[in-house]
Design a protein around this ligand. Structure first.
Ligand SMILES: [Zn+2]
Ligand SMILES: [Zn+2]
Length: 474
């Protein structure tokens, strides 16, 4: 090995890749590295964040310039490579995603944060835009890693939405009531028709954490009991979240890596700690972004899975962006905390987690060595790629389920996926799925051994049309 020919490899991106999103994470490897620990680069914009090489691996986070080819030159030791990155906006846009910062009456739009931090509604909107773009980057990168193709959705800028609800009323509502009221306001303002083509991700401006008292035990039940206006719910056209973690979020792309690495301890007398017991600003940012991706997954018709971003693995998103993994001790989550579409007064109604306590701390700890632990299970990726919001396919047709024949029928286009999900009171966790993309069929008969007792059948076709049917056959 000589220093003239280290080879620099970029994963998942080639000269034909065309991006419609702006934020890209370049993931690469130096084959046969020497003791050089830095890579140099030149790029036609300052929107780029580089990290040191770790074990021959590097990651570069950057923002593309709209509708242009950008060139990134990467130099390691004496080797050099040019990467062309083409951005092309989605055109025409039929379906899009619009983030909203929802400010109730008699609220100033400020979020809870450290005293010296910049804090007003426009800063919150800026953070939201960045979080949405980072989420988009995770969705698309996970699809490209698995399917070798780039798919993304059209993302609008965050708008400040002035709600007619009074802040004091909002803070006494449970998340289901709040969700219904906000959804009704959006329908009123935008109309039913528009909502067939637009999905909203709303962030309440008035989340309030009352602080733990010095003698109060630090656990999530106590934290949750002292948190107001902090929903974590999504259905069809709206995902609704709180802003209790905004203090831990960066404002700009160049602060993202540092913010994930921020080990500053959260003062739980004042600020909400939703970090799955890590109690750090960086942990809080990671959990927030993971939760956001999870809730957005629901508006893209994903159900729950046992693992991954739609399951228990929402706390590790920092590992996707960071080059050097560090291990953290945290408990495994219990999926039952996410009550998508469930209206049961008796269950915990918050994202903040109920923890399984039986010696499971170490399980995740051991998995953390070489893996980013940030993934979607395969059925989720099939749904995303074929989803109208990713394909901009406006063709309408129908999928039906014949209960007697146990067949799923797609009218005009081929079926791509059939799933059996547990009934909703079990949080619609995936039980089984069939990837039908290679079968080229319009009709699928469920195998005889498929038990259809209190389950939801979810199916999707190539036009991105979906069927969601509750079945309860003994
Ligand atoms: Zn060298
Ligand atoms: Zn969920």
């Amino acid at each position: 090995m000589t220093c003239e020919n280290h080879s620099i490899e970029i994963k998942h991106i080639n000269e034909n890749t065309c991006f419609s999103r702006k934020i890209i994470l370049i993931i690469g490897t130096i084959k046969d590295p020497c003791d050089h620990q830095v890579i140099e680069y030149s790029y036609n914009s300052s929107d780029i964040v580089k990290q040191s090489i770790f074990n021959g691996n590097f990651k570069i986070l950057l923002r593309l310039t709209e509708d242009t080819t950008s060139t990134l030159k990467i130099k390691y030791c004496q080797s050099e490579v040019d990467v062309s990155l083409l951005h092309k906006s989605i055109d025409p846009v039929i379906y899009d995603v619009k983030p909203l910062y929802i400010v109730p009456k008699n609220h100033d739009g400020k979020f809870q944060c450290d005293d010296n931090a910049e804090n007003y509604a426009d800063i919150a909107a800026k953070k939201i835009d960045l979080m949405m773009e980072l989420s988009q980057c995770v969705f698309s990168t996970k699809i490209i890693e698995s399917e070798k193709e780039e798919w993304s959705f059209s993302l609008e800028k965050c708008e400040i939405f002035n709600s007619d609800l009074d802040v004091e009323d909002v803070r006494t509502m449970d998340q289901f009531e709040l969700y219904d009221k906000i959804a009704a306001e959006l329908i009123d303002k935008f109309g039913d028709e528009a909502l067939k083509r637009r999905k909203f991700v709303g962030f309440m401006s008035c989340t309030r954490f009352l602080g733990l008292d010095p003698d109060e035990y630090y656990n999530y039940v106590n934290i949750k009991n002292k948190t107001q206006a902090s929903p974590s719910l999504s259905t069809g056209f709206l995902a609704l979240l709180g802003n209790g973690s905004f203090y831990a979020l960066p404002n700009d792309l160049d602060e993202v890596i540092e913010a994930f690495q921020n080990k500053k301890i959260i003062n739980v007398a004042k600020l909400l700690d939703d970090s799955n017991y890590r109690r750090t600003y960086g942990g809080c940012f990671a959990t927030f972004l993971g939760s956001l991706i999870h809730e957005m997954g629901h508006i893209f018709d994903l159900g729950h899975t046992n693992s991954g971003l739609m399951g228990t693995d929402i706390d590790y998103v920092h590992r996707f962006f960071l080059c050097q993994y560090f291990t953290e001790i945290m408990p495994k989550r219990n999926i039952s905390n996410c009550q998508q579409m469930i209206k049961d007064e008796n269950v915990l109604s918050n994202r903040i987690t109920k923890i399984k306590k039986n010696g499971i701390y170490m399980e995740k700890y051991h998995e953390q060595k070489n893996n980013d632990l940030t993934f979607f299970e395969p059925n989720c990726l099939i749904t995303l790629m074929n989803h109208k919001w990713f394909s901009q396919n406006a063709n309408e047709d129908e999928i039906n389920f014949d209960e007697a024949e146990r067949t799923v029928d797609s009218k005009n286009s081929l079926l791509v996926l059939v799933e059996i999900r547990e009934s909703e009171n079990k949080n619609s966790i995936l039980r089984k799925f069939w990837d039908l993309r290679n079968d080229k069929i319009n009709q699928f008969q469920l195998p005889n051994d498929t038990i259809l007792e209190n389950v939801t059948i979810f199916a999707m076709n190539g036009n991105g049309v979906t069927l969601r049917k509750h079945v309860n056959t003994k």
